[in-house]
Unconditional design. Structure first.
Length: 95
């Protein structure tokens, strides 16, 4: 509550014998972020590429919306682990 993040409390962390949440919270958060960092970077590249095409008039707004929705679906699938990073890269390259 009130902006308090339980990852950084002073109690013993779940799954740890002697370390407090404060000692392991940042490491767990970074590990969690690194698992999806590749996916986010790849999605951002595709999004920027599509936005540039839309701004230059190469694709219509409707086409842009459809392709961005497809890219978002692929991103969510990759974050959940349904598709691998290489498959994600291949599918994004086709967009």
């Amino acid at each position: 509550m009130g902006g308090y993040d339980t990852r950084y409390c002073m109690r013993i962390a779940p799954g740890e014998a002697t370390k407090a949440c404060r000692q392991v919270g940042a490491h767990r958060k970074e590990k969690q972020r690194n698992g999806t960092e590749f996916v986010r970077k790849e999605y951002q590249k595709v999004y920027n590429r599509l936005r540039g095409r839309k701004n230059r008039g190469i694709i219509s707004v409707d086409e842009w919306n459809r392709q961005v929705a497809t890219a978002q679906g692929l991103k969510e699938s990759a974050i959940k682990g349904a598709i691998s990073d290489t498959e994600l890269s291949q599918r994004f390259a086709k967009m």
